[in-house]
Design a protein around this ligand. Structure first.
Ligand SMILES: Nc1ncnc2c1ncn2[C@@H]1O[C@H](COP(=O)(O)OP(=O)(O)OP(=O)(O)O)[C@@H](O)[C@H]1O
Ligand SMILES: [Mg+2]
Length: 468
């Protein structure tokens, strides 16, 4: 059943049509002329629009164009007077789904509406299929047979089928997003969307529009209607990534929807109710943040129903050979290089290293090695481990030297930040990446530690950050 707009200035025809369609189980809205129809289209979303071609106010072609511009997936069926084939052709060229000539039997219209609704369902399905085709979240993409990973996967398999909210915790690069995706794709919601929201990147002023969507004209710059993340995830899963990096304001707003399950699009009047399953992920210690007052306790308890802890790679070194091998094969394929694998001494080095950046760091190291390696096997010299990372285990180079007289930790932090910024040409985002912190955090730390770029660099960095 669908939501249908019936636009015709012929009162009895319009009412009769609307009544019949309502009786058939559709939700119908009537518009007595073109302008009223266009106003309705701005108000909300319709699956099908039935529009007379010749009406008072704006005519049917304008209604059709507005419908296609605002909601491209809406099917428009135009009704034409007997004999006006030319206008019907014009309507089809402008994107009408179909047309009927007046007078028509209500059954004929019902068949066309059913066809339109069916097309929409198929289009949605196709969209979804395309989405899963290049899906990166399948279980069999999760490599590793270590006990630590096995424990995680056992929990994941258990919770996947339920609707339980899951909090995935773990250091950067441990595979939190991969696991979140695997939970979705093994759930009963797998046929619907998996929608990721990067909470660290949410701008407070655009937050509502991003999450809830907006109607055209809701604010300056809102030149198109936008469907928010919650709506996109309806029936599926909403993945709140980097959930520990939200401002207090953002936390409050998110909590409100999670409690009420409903919202309006900005500038819209219809209250939308959605059914989403939540998965959240963070590399922060949320419990400590709650204790320290940086994270709302009520939100924490709402998100942390079941938690999954991703073990760092150094605690599942058994998985390194299989992971490294898979990455070699993948990058050899992508970079069109013939590779036989990794030499034993190089593998030993991979096993010895402590991987502060976890699997992502391993992935990057292998990509670089495949790219730079001269022969067909990766050797020790092709691996540049830990160049940007802190102290390696087992007597690796020490990054920080403590002077005999001691030094405040804050001073070390300051040095690290300045060094990372210099290496990154004072582009904060890049420096943040080097230090595995979010741009928000580096910005905050620069303010509190009063670190300023050298004058000549300031404009350059501002420009680069603006281009991000
Ligand atoms: N077990 C695994 N098998 C294969 N690839 C993996 C595995 N775990 C992680 N990866 C890969 O490592 C990379 C990092 O994983 P992912 O993005 O899921 O980590 P994350 O914990 O979300 O990291 P961050 O905290 O930085 O966002 C991805 O490219 C992912 O495909
Ligand atoms: Mg992630």
């Amino acid at each position: 059943m669908g939501r249908i707009l019936v636009a015709d200035d012929h009162d009895s025809l319009r009412r009769g049509l609307a009544r019949a369609l309502t009786e058939a189980g559709h939700e119908t809205v009537e518009a007595a002329n073109g302008n009223a129809a266009i106003a309705c289209l701005h108000e909300g979303h319709f699956d099908v629009v039935l529009s007379d071609l010749k009406m008072g106010g704006s005519d049917g072609i304008e209604v059709l164009r507005t419908a296609k511009a605002l909601h491209p997936s809406t099917a428009v069926i135009v009704m034409t007077a007997f004999g006006s084939v030319n206008t019907a052709v014009e309507a089809m060229k402008s994107g009408a789904f179909d047309f009927v000539q007046k007078p028509f039997e209500i059954e004929e219209m019902e068949v066309k509406i059913e066809k339109a609704l069916e097309m929409r369902r198929m289009a949605n399905e196709l969209d979804y299929l395309r989405h899963t085709q290049n899906d990166i979240y399948e279980f069999d993409r999760i490599i590793g047979s270590s006990e630590a990973l096995g424990k995680v996967l056992a929990v994941v398999r258990k919770v996947a089928k339920s609707n339980t909210t899951v909090l995935v915790r773990g250091e950067t690069g441990t595979g939190k997003e991969l696991i979140a995706g695997a939970i979705h794709h093994n759930s009963l919601r797998a046929a619907r969307n998996f929608v990721r929201v990067n909470c660290a990147a949410l701008q407070e002023n655009l937050l509502e529009s991003e999450l809830f969507g907006h109607e055209k004209g809701a604010f300056t710059g809102a030149d198109k209607q936008r469907i928010g993340r919650f709506e996109q995830a309806d029936g599926g899963t909403l993945f709140l990534d980097e959930v520990g990096d939200m401002s207090a304001n953002t936390q409050a707003k998110i909590l409100r929807v999670l409690q009420e399950h409903e919202f309006e699009r900005l500038g819209g009047t219809r209250t939308l109710k959605v059914d989403v399953r939540l998965i959240a992920a963070t590399n922060r210690n949320l419990a400590a943040m709650v204790a320290g007052g940086q994270f709302r306790e009520d939100l924490y308890y709402r998100l942390n129903v079941v938690s999954v802890d991703m073990p760092p790679l150094r605690e599942r070194k058994d998985d390194i050979p299989a992971l490294a091998d898979a990455f070699v094969r993948r990058f050899a394929g992508e970079l069109k290089r013939r590779m036989n694998g990794i030499r034993p001494d190089a593998l030993k080095m991979l096993l010895r290293y402590n991987w502060p950046g976890n699997i992502r760091e391993l992935e990057n190291a292998i990509e670089r090695a495949v790219l730079l390696c001269e022969g067909q096997e990766i050797g020790v010299a092709d691996l540049h481990l830990g160049e940007t990372a802190l102290a390696a285990a087992d007597g690796g180079p020490t990054v920080v030297r403590i002077p005999p007289a001691g030094i405040p930790l804050e001073e070390i932090e300051r040095c690290a930040l300045v060094e990372a910024l210099k290496v990154s040409n004072w582009v904060q985002k890049d420096a943040a990446d080097l230090l595995s912190i979010s741009p928000r955090v580096i910005n905050y730390k620069m303010k509190t530690l009063k670190i300023e770029p050298p004058k000549s660099r300031r404009e350059l960095a501002a420009q680069a950050d603006a281009n991000e």
